[in-house]
Ligand binder design. Sequence first.
Ligand SMILES: Nc1nc2c(ncn2[C@@H]2O[C@H](COP(=O)(O)OP(=O)(O)OP(=O)(O)O)[C@@H](O)[C@H]2O)c(=O)[nH]1
Ligand SMILES: [Mg+2]
Length: 285
Amino acid sequence: MQTINWYPGHMTKAKRMLEEDLKLIDVVVEIVDARAPLACRNPDFEELFKNKIRVMLLNKSDLSDPKVNKEWADHFRKQGISVMEYVSVVPSAKKNAIAFIEKAGEPILKKYREKGVSKTLRAMVVGIPNVGKSTFINKLAGYSKAQVGDKPGVTRSKQWVKISQYLELMDTPGLLWGKLDDQEMAKHIAYIGSIRDDVMNMEEIAGLLLCDLDKLCPEQLAARYPKLAAVEDRSSLEAMLEGVCRSRGFILSGGVFDTERAARIVLDEFRGGKIAKISFERPEA
Ligand SMILES: Nc1nc2c(ncn2[C@@H]2O[C@H](COP(=O)(O)OP(=O)(O)OP(=O)(O)O)[C@@H](O)[C@H]2O)c(=O)[nH]1
Ligand SMILES: [Mg+2]
């Protein structure tokens, strides 16, 4: 796979900003995409948040395999991490999420109570781009304070949002790290839309995604793009994309396959949850 150069300049500044604001923070809420929770874990966070109370949300769990979500939740709990499966786009679990964050911050609240002071809990919401940080905050607030979008890099600076008399959340820009050695993880981050499409070879990413989906959920993939069934070399990115072109009639004059259009459609449909509920990663048994 073409090496992905993905570290936009604004992230260096954003990381510095998080460091500076740490002293204001009681709890760190790390949001990961349930389809690829390991790839979403920014290794810089370990050092950055080592003295903080941390919790994790397995977000977008409506787009991943429910059985694997449970496995991940168990896995992280065994590591001593407080974790919750979550779907930010529906506000129904809002109360649970607020209680979850408040429970994590309870030791701090207790200290203040003992001094006779009432304290607002302040939590910083962090994660790689596009995992749903701003959506999560808006749903908890009950109105659209933070800007959201189905592409990475939407939030560019920090923003405090008051959730209740007792809880404030800080929205932060999605943060990646400088160097990624594991190309398997890089692929997953690209699939879930955390890397800007214009710094990647989209046809390559979409081709790789088709090959991976062909292994993980062949029936659902074939139901979406029926002409894929006739593709013989199922490890050829180009042949797989051509199968999508045939399925959708993306054929230009002269019989040329419009693989660029097919790539865009495959990525959009996958990210929108239209192909299948897929988990790319599973905890080791
Ligand atoms: N299906 C589904 N979509 C979600 C969920 N949470 C967020 N989204 C969608 O994911 C996209 C990204 O959401 P944002 O809230 O902008 O993500 P972010 O983490 O703030 O992104 P940056 O600001 O770019 O770092 C939007 O299109 C949301 O509607 C979820 O739980 N399920
Ligand atoms: Mg955002």
